[in-house]
Design a protein around this ligand. Sequence first.
Ligand code: AMP
Ligand code: GLY
Length: 430
Amino acid sequence: MKLLVIGSGGREHALVWKLAQSPRARQIWCAPGNAGMPLENRQGKVDVSCVPIGAENLEGLLAFALENRPDLIVVGPDNPLSLGIVDLFEKHGLRIWGPNQQAAQFESSKVFSQDFMERHGIPTARAGTFSDPLLAAAFAQDLGGRCAVKADGLALGKGVLICHNLEEAKTAIDEILVRQSFGAAGSQIVIQELLEGPEISLHALCDGTSAKLFPTAQDHKRALEGDQGLNTGGMGTYSPTPFLSQEDLEKTGQRILDPWIKGCAAEGIVFKGILYPGVMLTATGPKVLEFNARFGDPETQVYLMRLENDLIDLIEASATGTLAHHELRWSPKAAVCVVMASGGYPGPITKGQVITGLERAAALPNVKVFHAATLSKNGEILTNGGRVLGVTALGNTLAEAQTTAYQAVELIHFEGVHFRRDIAAKALPC
Ligand code: AMP
Ligand code: GLY
């Protein structure tokens, strides 16, 4: 089977790694890919190569796909999905997996998502959606000023402003609606009450009419230890989390997914792909903060280390509406992923630093080093962006996975490297 994987991050390297393990995979193109992906050739059993076409260059990707006719196209990031890559490719008779543009609205429009949750009784924060700054400020006042002010559209993960009093809330409303700091993505906003509790990532594989829930994972969004510093794309993950028992996970899944599936059916939305709800476990029960319409990054790295199914089979089942015939099988082991980032991330960073120690780290048992922003040049692997590597380990216990992941991290070096030393610490006794 010939596959095309769109994207270039750690999530996409994990997808390529897992897809390459399928006996059905013969050729994998990665667009644009990174330096880690071509190493997944399983001693020549699979031909894996990068194609220099950006994930948002829909016309370029379409021309490549029409010429090379992949049997299956897998989309990693949110942007091409929200730009309608699935609709475009399907119109040309290509087999592409991911939500279409209408279904991708669960991520591309927070207003759509919030209104949908309210229409269909999905547990979420008390919230309102606004385009008028005065009405927005009145609602923020109703909430006592403690709220999350969110730009409607995709804003590179920066469109959520957490406010602790009315002054901060008014400033946030002004920044998004009046000063238009996020451009058209901020022509509308969602204001949610501020929730408290552990935040977890849920993922469900969906086939248009049904959904299968993954185990839990937790991301670490802040740049610095102890959840301090700026918000990032994610500095590390682990799975499973101790915050929900299997029974509570199933109940939570039902409380969220059952009304979501019914709502999609009622509104004619056919969602094929990964639904990733960000959920806060509050004192009054789990509440959805937001929906994403794709795999999380770096959640994918820990999930795919634990997934025992053939990923091509699952993706085909999702794409063809036949998930009912499959059971997801997960390793009982725990997985931890520590992101190694460039110094300064998520602010300005320097690219082009030489990375050493990758082979020694990869030689450790139960370790997989996923590349994110890397580039291969003159036989060396160089840093090429903010999040550079996702060093991932499996262990019989979470503590063991954590220890192994950090042993591997210690072997890898590049100038200015920054990583958090407390990934998974919240889940472990001090
Ligand atoms: P989102 O992109 O909507 O997930 O928001 C980004 C981050 O802001 C989340 O991961 C939470 O940590 C935080 N956040 C969002 N909404 C809320 C809320 N209603 N209450 C507390 N924190 C929130
Ligand atoms: N882990 C955060 C995200 O993928 O959005």
